[in-house]
Design a protein around this ligand. Structure first.
Ligand SMILES: [Fe+2]
Length: 169
């Protein structure tokens, strides 16, 4: 097996209306060069009130932040050894999220081939199996990809997926 049966991502159907001004703080949480920058949520009460109208996490994420991807995007990486992430895209510009897999089971871990990809639209959410190698290609380096990022550690992708409840469905 070279990962053909792996679920790399699933779309999660919900719409969240939030004002970026109210959720983007100036407190940095994570930064990779000047390409990927995460900030703490500014007004957590405003954010959780809006969120609780549309989605419920029966397994609470370990963290949530507001993230921007700048310039040409992010090369191949894993978010962590056992990490699942829910990205809710606020502003995206036909940017492509690509997952990569090993050519063969016994291939060199860096000898990778294309596995799957998605192009999110604004106000769409995807749950990512982000312990697998992935990259983001931005179509327009002058635009900033903006999203809210929730993540879980040490849980299987399906367990996180099944714990997400969409309110009103
Ligand atoms: Fe990532």
């Amino acid at each position: 097996m070279n990962g053909d049966n792996i679920v790399y991502f699933k779309k999660i159907e919900f719409k969240l209306d939030v004002d970026i001004e109210k959720i983007k703080s100036s407190k940095l949480k994570e930064k990779y060069e000047d390409l990927f920058i995460s900030y703490e949520i500014k007004d957590l009460k405003y954010f959780t009130d809006a969120l609780s109208q549309v989605i419920k996490f029966n397994i609470p994420p370990v963290s949530v932040n507001y993230t921007e991807i700048l310039k040409s995007g992010i090369g191949k990486h894993v978010d962590g050894p056992s990490q699942v992430a829910l990205n809710y895209y606020l502003e995206t510009y036909n940017d492509i999220t690509i997952f990569w897999k090993k050519k063969l089971e016994d291939s060199d871990p860096y000898d990778l081939v294309y596995a799957e990809h998605f192009v999110a639209e604004n106000k769409e959410a995807f749950l990512l199996n982000s312990s697998h190698m992935h990259s983001v290609v931005k179509k327009d380096r002058n635009m900033v990809r903006k999203f809210i990022r929730f993540f879980w550690h040490d849980l299987p992708f399906d367990e996180v997926f099944n714990s997400i409840e969409i309110i009103g469905k």
